[in-house]
Write a protein that binds this ligand. Structure first.
Ligand code: FES
Length: 98
């Protein structure tokens, strides 16, 4: 099982475990984590999160997610929460949102 820990701008954290293949935004919705969103379809980029730890535990970004991240000039450590899915294995993913 993979644990995802969200940290907001104030440093507060929220954590939950996620099944393999689970979408980060769905988990954020479930636990009311502070991830902003609008389109939920890899268009607006508002849901961009910084992956501080555990990047390898996420499935690789699909082309549409990469296109949005490239257009935003995002670093390689950033993902779109509405598109990023957890892979398999065990460990911890730390995300900074907000
Ligand atoms: S909510 Fe718009 S790209 Fe994720």
């Amino acid at each position: 099982m993979i644990e995802v820990i969200f940290t907001d701008a104030s440093g507060a954290t929220m954590a939950a475990q996620v099944e393999p293949g689970g979408r980060i935004m769905d988990l954020a919705d479930e636990i009311d984590a502070p991830v902003s969103f609008s389109c939920r379809s890899a268009s607006c980029g508002i849901c961009r999160v910084q992956v501080e730890h555990g990047h390898a535990l996420l499935k690789p970004a699909a082309e549409d997610e990469r296109d949005v991240l490239d257009a935003l000039g995002a670093s390689g450590a950033e993902r779109l929460a509405c598109q990023a899915r957890v892979g398999s294995g065990e460990g911890v993913i730390r995300l900074r949102a907000g």
